[in-house]
Design a protein around this ligand. Structure first.
Ligand code: HEC
Length: 152
């Protein structure tokens, strides 16, 4: 005698399928190789050694610069990169590639200030260029705040 599917087994099957479909469609896209350099090879040496006009090392920026950078981040970057820097802002799920997770210390240690400046200025698909909607000085001043997501 073959057993008939019970209403319970049908509803379990249906629920699992719905959950599967939901998580597949709405899952966040992956962050794309965060350690791979983003500055094109022909500009890399230049930007790797480029320094901000207002500090030598982003970890040593004054509290005024840090405060200015925090405000810019909250205004311009937070929707994508998230309040806690994890790359999970409210717009992140709509992008084909996830914004960088700034709490990733491997990433932070790999990048010089100049390399971060390059991406903030020129973008890195799908991140748009941020200059000239912010000035170059503002782009530099947001870097000390980005660094706080991975304390030295
Ligand atoms: C529209 C969403 C969006 C906004 C707004 C945005 N970003 Fe991004 N950002 C991204 C995405 C997506 C990536 C990952 C791009 C990639 O994988 O190459 C990224 C990557 C980065 C990186 C990593 C670069 C590297 O070397 O790997 C830095 C630094 C960065 N963003 C800083 C900022 C700052 C600072 C702001 C605000 C001034 C900002 N972003 C605004 C989406 C955004």
């Amino acid at each position: 005698m073959t057993s008939q599917p019970t209403p319970l087994s049908i509803s379990i099957l249906f629920t699992s399928f719905t959950l599967f479909a939901f998580t597949t469609v709405f899952a966040l896209p992956p962050e794309h190789k965060p350690l791979k350099p983003r500055v094109p090879i022909e500009h890399r040496a230049y930007y790797r050694s480029l320094h901000a006009p207002m500090y030598q090392d982003s970890h040593d920026a004054t509290s005024e610069i840090l405060e200015a950078g925090t405000n810019i981040y909250q205004r311009v970057c937070v929707n994508c990169h998230g309040k806690n820097g994890k790359g999970n802002g409210i717009s992140a799920g709509f992008l084909p590639v996830l914004p960088r997770d700034f709490t990733n210390c491997l990433f932070q240690h790999k990048r010089t200030d100049g390399e971060l400046f390059y991406v903030i200025k020129f973008g890195s698909w799908p991140m748009p260029p941020m200059v000239p909607s912010i000035t170059e000085d503002e782009a530099w001043s947001v870097i000390p705040y980005i660094r706080t997501f991975c304390p030295k």
